[in-house]
Design a protein around this ligand. Sequence first.
Ligand code: PHE
Length: 343
Amino acid sequence: MQEKLQQLKNEALPAIISVKTAEELESLENKYLGRKNGELTELMKGLKDFNPEEKKNFGQILNEIKKELEESINKKREELNNAGFAEQITKEKIDLSQPCLPKKESGHIHPSSIVQKQLEDLFTSMGFMVLDSSELESDYYNFEAINIPPTHPARESQDTFYIKNHENWLMRTHTSANQVRAMEKYGAPLRMITPGRCFRNESTDARHEHTFYQMEGVVIDKNINFGHMKAVLETVAKNLFGPETKVRLRPKFYPFVEPGVNGEVTCLLCGGKGCSVCKHTGWMEIFGAGMIHPNVLNYGGLDPKVYSGFAFGFGLTRLVMLKYGIDDVRLLQSGDLRFVKQF
Ligand code: PHE
């Protein structure tokens, strides 16, 4: 037995040392120490046939050899790993003379999105939630539920794109279409804005576009009055155009509010003195607003005897044009990189 052990050791150790690859090492490990049929393992299994004295003796020698083999296998494994790493590093040499890759063009934010985000930040800081809504809308929410029945003349100023064979569906003409949807979904009290794309069947020119952006706002609670509305709109105007900005509200008819107003701010360019941009009035129209009509509250499932509220709609596209001095609305959707890259 002792001889066998000595022989195994003399054979195994040099074999391990001269191994060149991880695979070879593994098969040697299996050959000697493998759970099944490993030479050393088999010898250990055979110990049971010896008398107690021999068992103890050989057992000890066996364990020592096993330890020695394991140690030298581990050492070898580490050596092979390090060698592999070194080889990899020499292969991965960096060639500093190589020309660098062409710079990838990175996109940037469209001016309409910049202004939208600025307003969203302001309104959320005042406790408004921001709601999304679909651009394809039903006749009901876009017109009927906000007090514009089928025969109402107000429809004439908001012609839009209808869906063939689905006359009750249209591209929404204003973000007001989301007023009643929001009331149905969230009830009262409600404080929300809803920005988004709107559509009208317009012949386009420098001031008109068939596709544009608006931002609607709705506040509903008990005892909401006209003063609350004015305060919110003044805060927004000053935030957008500076603390000196004045707001002027003049009566205007919108079927879904009563009373309704047309909101103007002092002209950005001339500060109110009068110039060509404000058509020499000193004022620029940027929103429509008013106290929500009782019929609309009813459509939204809210009792107008309990709740009151106001709504406003900013012409987001118009704000963008004013902010950046853009004189042709069509540029905003032209996809012309020479234009978009300036922001
Ligand atoms: N929806 C109106 C428009 O598109 C604007 C508006 C919104 C007016 C809310 C009053 C209240 O012209």
